[in-house]
Design a protein around this ligand. Structure first.
Ligand code: NDP
Ligand code: MG
Length: 382
């Protein structure tokens, strides 16, 4: 039995991970963490019987403790609680399905405790990849990608030699606004941005897909996961989300991984790696496809992608600024405090104003995050 901890069990990736556990006869859940959705957590506790659960929000954690009839589940809260779930001694693998760079500390602690990581929380690698990947190597643990593009690349690299990679070609759906002009984007609403054409995901990543910041984050994530140079990573738009990404090798051969847009496949691959298990769901049917489109991203309109390349080339604390500014801007957009295109203005302003720290420590990264938040507060709170 593989014992699984999930940080973010009530979200899109978390609930799909539980669907996989539900269908499998060799996995069990031992620990779960959420932010505040205790009503769904209660159902998960009664179905999966974890030994420990963390609720970030302290009042909600207290409420849960009162509501649970028995003491068989340990309820913890705050960052200490997340770390307790991430390091729970009976867990073999930790699924990091939390949103945002709040995932850094639990991920680092899980690695220090010798846990393998099924990594969905890309913000952690974007900001702290230079610390996390060497630490994982030192501790002998695997960081297995859950993000569909990275899972695709990981699958293409099986049996291959990393030094023979020419470039990684990350595919993007282009999001709901792919064909829109800059002028049209001035008037798009939150509701429009939340209508992703292919994937059903959490709100933050859905907005990031609309700005192409998600693709930017994935470019930086790929750099750390696969140890390639920034100039070896390209992005191409594949609007149907059928080609999940590709790898070109030194001899010009290109391998691609294809499938229907369903996150259960990459989640399951990470959990069962190196085995493949049967999975329910729709299969790709080539006879129903009229073609597979590929096109260049519109970088002039969707500035989120080039900001990521800029941040990656500068390195140090700049990817943290890119990510933290985006997290803050997306929250403001979701609260209807800024318009869609202003997300780019916020990221741009923060990157312009930042004094880069080279080779930042974990403390530097968290301080940089705070600097970004106070800078945005000063500059954009009208
Ligand atoms: P969701 O918003 O759907 O879910 C987020 C989860 O994290 C929820 O369970 C939420 O709990 C929990 N959470 C948020 N903040 C905290 C906190 N402070 N402490 C504890 N738990 C917390 O997000 P997604 O599942 O869409 O995304 C998760 C991560 O996976 C992101 O980094 C995303 O970029 C990445 N990813 C997602 C994909 C997808 O298809 N959804 C695809 C590829 C990557 P609560 O419900 O209580 O708020
Ligand atoms: Mg992805």
């Amino acid at each position: 039995m593989k014992a699984i901890s999930i940080i973010g069990s009530t979200g899109s990736i978390g609930t799909q991970t539980l669907d996989i556990v539900r269908q499998s006869d060799d996995m069990k859940v031992v620990a779960l963490a959420v932010c505040s959705n205790v009503s769904l957590l209660k159902k998960q506790i009664s179905e999966f019987k974890p030994k420990i659960v963390a609720v970030w929000n302290e009042d909600k954690a207290k409420q849960l403790k009162n509501d649970l009839m028995d003491d068989s589940v340990c309820v913890v809260s705050g960052m200490e609680g997340l770390i307790a779930v991430a390091t729970y001694d009976k867990a073999d693998i930790v699924v990091t399905a939390i949103v945002g760079m709040i995932g850094i500390r639990p991920t680092v602690e899980a690695i220090l405790a010798g846990k393998n990581i099924a990594l969905a929380n890309k913000e952690t690698l974007v900001t702290a990849g230079h610390l996390i990947m060497p630490l994982a190597k030192e501790k002998g643990v695997s960081v297995l990608p859950v993000d569909s593009e990275h899972s695709a690349i990981f699958q293409c690299l099986q049996g291959e030699c990393a030094s023979e990679i020419e470039r990684l070609i990350i595919t993007a759906s282009g999001g709901p606004f792919r064909e829109k002009t800059y002028e049209e984007l001035q008037y798009v609403t939150l509701e429009d941005a939340l209508k992703h054409p292919n994937w059903s995901m959490g709100k933050k990543i859905t907005i990031d897909s609309a700005t192409l910041v998600n693709k930017g984050l994935e470019v930086i994530e790929a750099r750390w996961l696969f140890g390639v140079a920034p100039e070896q990573i390209d992005v191409i738009v594949q609007p149907q989300s059928i080609i999940h990404s590709m790898v070109e090798f030194k001899d010009g051969s290109i391998k691609a991984q294809l499938g229907t847009p369903d996150m259960k496949l990459p989640i399951q691959y990470a959990l069962n790696y190196p085995s493949r298990k049967s999975i329910q769901g729709e299969r790709l049917d080539f006879t129903k496809l009229s073609g597979i489109l590929l096109e260049q991203p519109n970088r002039k309109v969707f500035r989120g992608l080039d900001f990521a390349y800029d941040a990656m080339y500068v390195g140090g604390s700049m990817p943290t600024v890119y990510n933290a500014a985006n997290e803050c801007a997306v929250t403001k957009f979701m609260n209807k405090q800024i318009r869609f295109l202003q997300i780019y203005d916020v990221i741009d302003a923060c990157m312009q104003a930042h004094n880069v720290i080279s080779n930042p420590s974990l403390e530097d990264i968290l301080e940089t995050e705070q600097w970004v938040y106070s800078y945005i507060h000063k500059k954009f709170s009208a």
